[in-house]
Design a protein around this ligand. Structure first.
Ligand code: SAM
Length: 226
């Protein structure tokens, strides 16, 4: 069977791509993308002209079967998501699971490491990150209380993702669940409007309201000191 490379791509700044990732892009037969338009921007920047195929969370079984067939026929494939490391709060894991189910021990699934927003945020938080709890996105409806309760109870730094639409709502709910706690909100990491909001939750909410809540966010919460 062919190899399946799981390739991390930039979370904003297109310079954040590894030399190995660029080499593999040129060597594989096909690049599987969450959104081919997003990935083409990256490929165009490095003048890489390789065929792409869309693969996302709503892809039909037929698409997965097509991909499995390509691997069976010895084709080498690369899987990328829109940003960061495939499988970290985005599609990717599902395909890896399917490939493992089909080929078992024969499967050659190779990670090409690189950026992920959670690691970038952890690295500048200043909070202890020898251990941390990563929770992905808060659920939209059911399970929100439980999500924030987990952070309240956490004995290690907690990290979660949030979008422009829900950041203030989530910070309000975080405050209700954890009370006074130090946080860092990282907005638009590696991008033009990169900004870090640090302080107690109320202070950060105020700074964000006074500034701008557009963009992508990672929230890092210092552990409970009790
Ligand atoms: N696979 C990605 C990774 O490795 O980080 C995460 C994909 S998830 C669908 C997208 C979320 O990641 C955004 O809503 C945001 O919370 C976070 N994120 C991604 N890029 C970011 C950036 N440049 N700045 C801040 N947060 C970012």
């Amino acid at each position: 069977m062919g190899k399946l490379y799981i390739i991390a791509t930039p979370i904003g700044n297109l310079e954040d791509i590894t030399l190995r990732a660029l080499r593999i892009f040129k060597e594989v037969d096909l690049i599987l993308c969450e959104d081919t338009r997003e990935t083409r921007k990256l490929l165009a920047r490095y003048e890489i002209k390789m065929p792409t195929l869309s693969y996302h969370q709503h892809s039909k079984l037929q698409k997965i079967e097509q991909i499995i067939e390509l691997l069976r026929n010895g084709k080498n494939l690369a899987l990328v998501s829109d940003a960061g490391t495939p499988g970290i709060s985005d599609p990717g894991g599902k395909l890896v699971d399917e490939v493992l189910r089909t080929f078992g021990e024969e499967a050659e699934i190779i990670p090409i490491p690189g950026p992920t927003a959670l690691a970038a945020a952890a690295s500048v938080s200043g909070f202890p990150t020898d251990k941390f709890l990563f929770l992905g996105f808060p659920p939209h409806k059911k399970g929100r209380n439980k999500f924030f309760k987990k952070i309240a109870d956490s004995e290690v730094t907690a990290i979660f993702y949030e979008s422009t639409y829900r950041i203030l709502k989530s910070l309000d709910e975080l405050k209700s669940a954890v009370g006074e706690r130090e946080i860092v909100v990282c907005r638009e990491l590696t991008k033009m409007f990169e900004h870090f909001y640090r302080g107690k939750i109320d202070e950060v909410i105020k700074k964000l309201k006074d500034d701008d809540t557009r963009g992508e966010f990672v929230v890092v919460v210092r552990k409970n000191n009790n």
